[in-house]
Design a protein around this ligand. Structure first.
Ligand code: UFG
Length: 327
């Protein structure tokens, strides 16, 4: 298939692009490079463009004979979404509406959307199943849910077949270890702990040690980037026959902040300072996925169930790229 990968120069999008190419598809990356890295596109076609540019989207969808769109281009920082909600709605919702309108105009039906566990807000029970209430607690989660709803209604017109994939915590490096996580600024736990282990940060702060969890720190469900991407390929195939697919993508097993820090210590062999700090506002104590639906319906198999293996791939990438994709 000819697949337009919106946000294909970003962390998840670049890994998806590499996997699509390795499976015989033709990925075409569409990215404005506001957050992504040219170097992460690794020889695939890159169109530098903005999702607000309707005419360009129509042109690309037609000229490149696009069969399906995968959409990773969005703002992801929860804290920033609270400070700049209008920016998040513009980029995450309005631009996705433009993309879907261009798809409608050109008759491109298949759409795989990066959604998030953030649509569940503070879930009443874990592990989270797809049918739990969607009650986001920040503008970021609201924008993801708004797009899911837009896709839901559009799919009922018969003009869209979509998969909404609700990611838990994407982690690790893929593309044979060449494609890692490089956000600027970085806010995610694993790359920050690794930065501390590499001596690039003075310490790592634990945001909250008084949560109702066994060691008092938050528990998250870390899923390797290649496992995340393999589920997208399976969902894409299924869109041939189905117009609406929704799946949680996680390992189903949770690790606490302290456990992640211990794992990085073990994998890196480095000593670094760990500081107990206040809670970060809006963090639910435990987020773990029930991914049984994806396993059963997509035949999804996770290759990296253990946190240690996930951290190893991240550690190798960061060690080889101490300044990320930059010089
Ligand atoms: N944490 C620390 N110290 C740090 C950074 C993070 O203790 O320096 C903690 C956080 O408080 C949280 C855990 O580590 O408890 C994981 O934090 P991340 O920022 O790595 O990830 P989140 O679970 O907050 O967020 C991720 C994605 C979001 C998405 C969310 C959905 O980054 O985009 O999962 O669950 F919305």
């Amino acid at each position: 298939m000819n697949v337009l990968v919106c946000g294909g120069a970003g962390y998840i999008g670049s890994n998806m692009t590499a996997m699509l190419a390795s499976q015989g598809h033709r990925p075409i990356v569409f990215d404005n490079l506001s957050k992504g890295h040219k170097e992460a596109v690794k020889g695939q076609e890159l169109i530098e463009g903005d999702l607000a540019d309707f005419d360009l989207l129509v042109k690309v969808l037609k000229e490149k004979k696009i069969d399906a769109v995968m959409h990773f281009a969005a703002f992801i920082e929860v804290g920033e979404s609270v400070e700049k909600p209008l920016e998040f709605y513009r980029n995450n919702v309005c631009n996705t509406r433009t993309l879907l309108t261009a798809m409608e105009k050109t008759g491109v039906k298949k759409f795989v959307f990066s959604s998030s566990a953030a649509v569940y807000g503070m879930p009443k029970s874990v592990p989270i199943t797809e049918d739990l209430p969607k009650e986001p607690i920040n503008p970021y989660g609201e924008t993801k849910w708004a797009v899911e709803q837009m896709c839901h209604f559009q799919s009922h017109t018969g003009k869209l077949n979509y998969a909404a994939l609700r990611y838990f915590n994407a982690a690790g490096a893929g593309g044979n270890g060449t494609l890692g996580e490089d956000h600027k600024p970085e806010s995610h736990l694993i790359p920050l702990v690794i930065a501390a282990a590499m001596g690039k940060r003075e310490d790592i702060k634990i945001f909250g040690t008084d949560y109702p969890t066994p060691d008092g720190t938050c528990i998250r469900d870390y899923i390797h980037i290649e496992d995340l991407c393999s589920a997208h390929l399976l969902a894409l195939e299924k869109l041939e026959k189905y117009n609406e697919l929704v799946y949680n993508l996680g390992n189903g097993k949770g690790y606490s902040v302290r456990q992640v820090i211990e794992t990085v210590k073990k994998v890196s062999g480095a000593f670094f300072k760990v500081v107990e700090a206040l809670r970060r506002p809006g963090d639910p104590p435990v987020l773990t996925a029930d991914a049984a639906k994806a396993i059963k319906e997509l035949g999804w198999k996770v290759k990296y169930p253990q946190i240690e293996k996930i951290v190893e791939t991240a550690w190798k990438w960061h060690s080889a790229h101490p300044n990320g994709y930059g010089k």
